[in-house]
Design a protein around this ligand. Sequence first.
Ligand SMILES: *[C@@H]1O[C@H](CO)[C@@H](O)[C@H](O)[C@H]1NC(C)=O
Ligand SMILES: *[C@@H]1O[C@H](CO)[C@@H](O)[C@H](O)[C@H]1NC(C)=O
Length: 256
Amino acid sequence: MAARLFVLFAAIAAAMPSASMRERELKKRATTLIPDTCFSSQSTFESYFSYNYPWGDTHNGAALMKASQATIIHDAYLQLQSNYTGPQSGDSSLQYDSGTVYAKQHFTVEAGGGLDFQANFVAPVAEGCWPAFWLTAVEGWPPEIDLAEWKGTGKISFNTFNTSSEVAALDVTYPTPTTAWHTILVELRAGDDGSTVQAKFYMNGNLVTTQYGAKMVGAAFYLIIDYQMLGSSGSSGPTTTTYFDVQYLSVVSYNP
Ligand SMILES: *[C@@H]1O[C@H](CO)[C@@H](O)[C@H](O)[C@H]1NC(C)=O
Ligand SMILES: *[C@@H]1O[C@H](CO)[C@@H](O)[C@H](O)[C@H]1NC(C)=O
């Protein structure tokens, strides 16, 4: 009996490739969409990224985004700088000049494929500071995946939106925010149903959480590196200049 059961399980195992075997096959198709040298000069950076949001220079917060607030430092990393301005004359809800950039490419998890997004961050976590590294749908909304977001509580958030109310959201402790680079890696993989995307979120090499997004296979995303202020991070913020730094960003595709 035991032997026959073993044969049965072995047959099932052979028919369904293991997750690690599948991952190994997928990795053979690795294609770099954005290389980790993308911040090696202002011109290299500008060949992969555009300034502000895809839709303009404001979004759900108190910062007006300007190209001059996004700079490559030491030919090594991207710095988004937020300057406090006080209520601005054109729109008093705007109180900061800050920086946001988005990738020129759109990113899609194709059926049977996947994408990896990785970067190192020094992200401010004080109240009123709202840095984010996120994917949002090119057509409509959601889908949205917050690859990493900091909402002024000292924590880091990882979120996947099926709808505005159906959201997988996790906040975890974010140690030494201002003094150390933290590496975030998010692996997106197409599910067998041809619709669901699995997102595995890693911080400094450790898997933190796995979330599942509905109707995300085949959906095109914008990638945004955003230093917004106030909004979801609280109603009072710094009156000094603060910075969001990003280094060694890469995007790799395993799509067929
Ligand atoms: C923003 O703040 C920095 C640091 O205080 C300062 O050097 C820079 O001139 C400010 N930028 C603007 C546009 O005022
Ligand atoms: C979102 O949809 C996926 C796919 O149907 C499901 O697995 C996941 O649990 C949903 N997320 C939430 C927060 O309900």
